[in-house]
Design a protein around this ligand. Structure first.
Ligand SMILES: Cc1cc2nc3c(=O)[nH]c(=O)nc-3n(C[C@H](O)[C@H](O)[C@H](O)COP(=O)(O)OP(=O)(O)OC[C@H]3O[C@@H](n4cnc5c(N)ncnc54)[C@H](O)[C@@H]3O)c2cc1C
Length: 381
């Protein structure tokens, strides 16, 4: 049996595992990441890469605190990647336009963003048409968020992988961590023919976390939620910014590709696109910007979001273990929240105080029979 030792063993090479590995490696920790398939190929690859603004790291809202911390940290992560000469991830503050049919809805939305500290400009039909003449007639009002950014997430992940490897992080493919037992509190786990000996362990396995915890807490409340995306080939600058209607959106990339997303489906671990899902997305695109109806569909894909009941991640020590931290369940916001998640997780793993208050992210709340504090769940052999 091959024995591998490290300071931190990370399960899952998605955006959260890789960003945390990078921060730990920069601090000088030795890190190994294991992934059950290939690294950087699941939800973090499939997402759209929208990064909404946030400016309140001391807010009472846990969501706003983490979003704001992440917004603050995105430029720092980008700098780290640039310093390591990794692939350009096309991070850009591109702005977004949230579209509405009714004035009162647009006004409420603008107010909400302004309260969060963001610039949110309300448009009526005239200013909307002069700002975005491509928009279809159904949309009369809009809230413009000029501070919204996007990242081209497949490139960001490639860049993170490069950075981690350059700093000596070992990333192992086809290395599926089995369901956890009490054994991990001893700092040892066997995966296939390899034994890993570690000081700390970090669980970043997205939609699969419930399977990993199935012997510890059957029914851990994070479930896969499929999202499909259709990709059109347009001309660069065909759309002036991201366009959003509720939970659906059009995201223009710099080279003219346009992502049309996305569905929200509870179909277990099925991760294929469907004719019906893609057609729905294409109808949506043509409804928002009629001229998109003529564009070629060049690609379509699906990913599994780690859906949690309150749509917020679990970040903290796994109850009953002093050496295991969990960072899973980011649902629709895992790319956006990855810098903040990594900052919190690496602080916890290094025995430091996290940079923001982490109340509201307790893993306990997703344990079966949890009643807010401790569930009484006991790890089983
Ligand atoms: C269609 C779609 C659009 C989205 N758009 C956005 C967006 O615009 N903005 C945004 O912020 N978020 C978006 N998201 C959500 C975001 O993609 C996810 O929240 C985020 O990627 C979760 O990252 P993760 O690292 O936790 O999980 P993942 O990227 O899923 O990575 C988990 C990894 O763990 C591995 N793994 C699992 N179990 C094991 C095991 N037992 N052993 C070893 N490895 C294991 C998996 O193979 C995988 O590589 C979108 C998601 C989808 C599907």
């Amino acid at each position: 049996m091959v024995v591998q030792t490290c300071d931190v063993l990370i399960v899952g090479a998605g955006v959260n595992g890789l960003t945390t590995a990078l921060q730990l490696a920069i601090r000088g920790a030795t890190v190994i990441i294991v992934d059950q398939t290939s690294p950087a190929q699941q939800a973090s690859w499939a997402g759209a890469g929208m990064l909404p603004p946030g400016f309140r790291t001391t807010s009472e809202s846990a969501e706003l605190r983490l979003r704001s911390l992440s917004c603050q940290l995105w430029p720092a992560v980008n700098r780290q990647l640039q310093e390591l000469q990794c692939l350009d991830n096309e991070f850009v503050q591109c702005g977004a336009m949230l579209l509405f049919q009714r004035y009162d809805e647009a006004q409420r939305e603008a107010h909400k963003w302004q309260q969060d500290g963001a610039v949110a400009e309300l448009h009526d039909v005239r200013s909307l048409q002069s700002r975005c003449p491509q928009i279809g007639p159904a949309w009369q009002f809009a809230v413009e968020l000029p501070e919204q950014a996007q990242v081209r997430n497949p490139r960001h992940l490639k860049s993170l992988l490069e950075a981690c490897r350059r700093l000596g992080v070992q990333i192992l493919s086809d290395c599926a961590c089995p369901p956890l037992t009490k054994q991990i509190s001893s700092g040892r786990i066997e995966i296939g023919e390899q034994r890993f000996e570690f000081q700390k362990m970090l669980l970043c396995c997205g939609a699969w976390i419930s399977e990993l915890l199935s012997r510890y807490s059957p029914g851990f409340a994070v479930q896969p939620v499929r999202g499909q995306i259709a990709q059109l080939r347009g001309a660069p600058d065909l759309l002036p910014c991201i366009l959003e209607v509720g939970r659906r959106y059009l995201v223009p990339r710099q080279d003219g590709l346009i992502l049309v997303g996305s569905t929200e489906e509870h179909v277990g671990f099925q991760c294929e696109t469907t004719e019906q899902g893609v057609q729905e997305l294409l109808r949506f695109a043509a409804d928002v910007v009629p001229e998109l109806a003529g564009l070629p569909l060049v690609h379509q894909w699906a990913g599994l979001r780690p859906g949690s009941p309150d749509e917020l991640p679990a970040i903290g020590f796994l109850p009953g273990f002093e050496n295991v931290v969990i960072a899973c369940g980011h649902f629709r916001s895992g790319l956006q929240m990855s810098p903040g998640t990594a900052a919190i997780a690496s602080a916890l793993l290094c025995g430091e105080t996290p940079p923001i208050e982490i109340t509201g992210f307790e893993p306990e709340r997703f344990l079966a029979n949890a009643e807010g504090t401790s569930s009484g769940s006991v790890p089983v052999e």
